[in-house]
Design a binder for this molecule. Sequence first.
Ligand code: NAP
Length: 299
Amino acid sequence: MLTGITMIFIGGDARQLEVITKCIELDATVKVIGFDQMQKPLEGVEHVALQGDILSEADVIVLPVAGCDDEGNILTPFSSHSWALNDELFAAIRKDTLIFTGITKKLLKSKSGELGFKLIELMERDEIAIYNSIPTAEGAVMMAIQNTDITLHGSTCVVLGLGRTGFTLASTLQALGARVRVGVRREVHMARAIQMGWKPFATTDCKLYEGQIDLIFNTIPTMIVTAQIISKLPRETVIIDLASAPGGTDFRFAERRGVKALLAPGLPGIVAPKTAGKIIGNTICQLVLEEFHLRGDEK
Ligand code: NAP
């Protein structure tokens, strides 16, 4: 149980509602900032202002998946106000406070180093990334269906990158009857692809982008679908770029050549906020329990 633990949630989308629900179920004291415009008001929480004295009460602070940007701004789709963390607010956070965020940008990382609070970057954790890859793959399939006039069954799909997202996506496409090719750079991924019945190729080998390719799904977070590669693709090929912004596609050149290329950020939050929120909520609660148990703090 999270009895006696004060958790402050600052902003977030529908996923955060699931996390809040889970923490309330486990009896945490939950305070929220940026949830003043809900259709159905949140029950069991205290709405508070973003102030230093409030933040200094927090055992745990939960930021949205996107964390905060380098100006401290926090996404608050359920609020009519905009909220931001500034130097004064950061300074009010206690050293023993745990801060959860999905991803971390420069400001948050440097403040954690400077002020000593513990920052937990959820999307860096394998278990979260693997669970999250399920709604991501479903979202990618949804985008593929919406943006093509062919079935995935029988199509030729290229998945670039065989990490946590790429692997799940390649399996999902295969299960739908697509011919799957995977672009990788490591021998071990070549072997895994062959074992799975996918055709692997080295991402550096531009020749392998020739021939019929109906869809390219990119999960590599660096410029990989270059103008050189796009120039070899049939014009009907659709590129769905899942890698974090700015993606790994030369979107300018794709547009110029008339190849449809779409950046597809935040799919779990779009297609399955409830599932995505549960994944995050379970991990946060587990980590908070472990941390306070380790500290011998039976609150
Ligand atoms: P990951 O497990 O680290 O996988 C990334 C893969 O890219 C790895 O297999 C890596 O290969 C490969 N790679 C990196 N640089 C490469 C290069 N220069 N050439 C060839 N391969 C390269 O990451 P992930 O969890 O799958 O996430 C992938 C991306 O998707 C991230 O940007 C993440 O933020 C994003 N994402 C987006 C959504 C969405 O909704 N759009 C959802 C989840 C994740 P090695 O193993 O050889 O290093």
